[in-house]
Design a protein around this ligand. Sequence first.
Ligand SMILES: O=C(O)CCC(=O)C(=O)O
Length: 289
Amino acid sequence: MRLTEEQKQSYRDKGYVMPLRLFSGEEALKVRQEIEDLERNHSAGSGTHDLNRLFRINGQVAIPLLAQIAQTPELLDAVEDLIGPDLMVWSCELFIKEAGTEKIVSWHQDLTYWGLGETDDEVTAWIAFSDVSREAGCMRFIPGSHKQRILPHRDTFDEGNLLSRGQEIAVEVNEDEAVFDVLKPGEMSLHHGRLFHASGPNHSGDRRIGMAIRYISPNVEHSADHNDYAMLVRGANRNRNWINFAPARHLFGENEMRLYNEILAAQAGTLSAGAEETVNLYDVQHTTT
Ligand SMILES: O=C(O)CCC(=O)C(=O)O
């Protein structure tokens, strides 16, 4: 899937491209079923693995299904057109909003707490595995907002917010300018790491299931005082700024879980930096010192 000149220009001007068809409806449904099988077999309390966390951060390390989706060649073609031929995956995350629930995502810029600076070499692919309509709480984007620097954010720690610290941008966002990222199952959007975006509650009769994949170029400099980790999916890790790791082979395998815990422990300080309260990294509590 190569992007047209128009699509690339749209990304440069507006900070996003959408919708793009990645999987057929049938393929998307199959993935949804696999996700829901995982939930049935491993939901908190019934299994030994806490999907709250494994679905919400670095899923590619422990869940082969997510690692495999992140390596889909057509998806990599589109991402390559935006950030170049060397591609790494920094994180895979599932954003699930149950039918008829009030969970939201506040207005934010992704790069705020990731320790990746203000780079233009990070892009998120967000793939729909259900009908992601306005009613279901699709994402909303403010066109052109990625041209701003990272603005101050405040933490709300709101329980109804899917973000780890309920962070929201500390400036007025003109919601009238927002564009709705409506996606059918199997479609995706690509958005820039400084784009202002948010999403509302799911007032539809079905769950809203999306997978966000954070792609970076290995050129991205991170601010961690140790090497950060990312999974090479195309080209080469030339700068060696990143510890490259292999995609998950075994679901929650021993090696996979060891690496998972190592990575999250290493990233926790950066992800929690500056917070005045304990940041709950999807059940791993982390307090900054
Ligand atoms: O899934 C959502 O509603 C928000 C996701 C998001 O903020 C992101 O992928 O950067």
